[in-house]
Design a protein. Structure first.
Length: 310
């Protein structure tokens, strides 16, 4: 139900987004329209995620089978543990979708997501620890180059142009999300989205600073893992144990921003975003809320089918 915050706008959303991407991706994309396409993407997510990761790291032939095995294991875990949680959240949202919402309710959804982060890290750290130590210095350089390329694209999208052009772009993103959930919008609602975007407190420099911090933590962690291979006294079990410790520390550091200014920015964005989501929802008509409920009902059916698939 995010309307304004299209760029990792809350600390919990950013933490979850980073953790998922950093540890082999998000499995269930609930913003697609065709049920068969959504199911196909989920069922084929190990291979799709392998291709995505390979574009960043350029896996060697000797790494391919291990990475694919870990991705399949992660999909199985996600199906068994995370999809039921997603289902529960959808089922909680449906009964209130036709009511007025408060910012406390929308923030509650964010907090529920954040509460799953320790579980996510606990499961994904061993998978990364079994793969990442094999990355070469050259692969780490390739990853840094990929980060640099993506950062330039992000800067072009969100930091170029005049302030009014950037506001228009941010508004367009919010309108896309609103239409996806509620259908056609009135002119008054379009103005509401623009006003909410204008007051969203989005500061691209600070958002970029958070991205760069997390990328830097990733590179540092991979370099530490790479150096473990030089320790001749480490047996396979000790190597795996130390690798997992490095990975856990990396993910926890990446999820918990320590810089006071950036932390204040994150908290402020969370509050503003929660208020914006509720404020826009409360402008919607009974027909639009019925459409939102139908969309949630559709998601419920898709997730149920995916849970029962295996």
């Amino acid at each position: 139900m995010l309307i304004i915050d299209t760029l990792n706008g809350s600390r919990s959303a950013r933490a979850m987004n980073y953790a998922r991407k950093a540890v082999l991706g998000l499995f269930c994309v609930l913003s697609l329209s065709a049920c068969s396409l959504l199911e196909s993407l989920y069922e084929n997510s190990p291979q799709l995620l392998f291709w995505w990761l390979d574009s960043y790291l350029d896996f060697r032939s000797d790494q391919t089978s291990t990475v694919k095995e870990e991705l399949k294991a992660l999909q199985k875990w996600h199906r068994e543990t995370q999809l039921p949680q997603a289902l529960g959240l959808i089922q909680e949202l449906m009964p209130v979708s036709h009511l007025e919402l408060s910012s406390e309710q929308t923030c509650g959804v964010e907090k529920r997501v954040l509460q799953t982060l320790p579980e996510l890290i606990a499961r994904l750290a061993p998978s990364i620890a079994r793969v990442a130590p094999s990355f070469s210095a050259e692969q780490i350089k390739t990853l840094q180059s990929s980060f640099d390329k993506k950062n330039k694209e992000w800067i072009r999208e969100w930091m170029s142009g005049t302030p009014s052009e950037r506001l228009e772009h941010q508004t367009d993103k919010g309108l896309e999300q609103a239409r996806d959930l509620y259908g056609r919008l009135s002119n008054a609602q379009k103005w509401t989205v623009q006003n909410l975007a204008q007051n969203a407190g989005f500061e691209p420099q600070k958002t970029l600073a958070i991205k760069l911090y997390r990328q830097d933590e990733t590179i540092k962690a991979l370099e530490k893992l790479n150096q473990l291979k030089t320790k001749a006294d480490l047996g396979p079990e000790s190597l795996l144990k130390e690798s997992e410790l490095i990975v856990r520390e990396w993910l926890n550091r990446a999820a918990q921003i320590k810089d006071p200014e950036l932390l204040e920015y994150s908290d402020r964005r969370l509050k503003v975003n929660c208020e914006a989501v509720a404020a826009f929802h409360n402008t919607t008509t009974p027909e639009q809320r019925a459409k939102a409920r139908a969309k949630l009902k559709y998601y419920e059916g898709v997730v149920l089918k995916l849970i029962k698939a295996h």
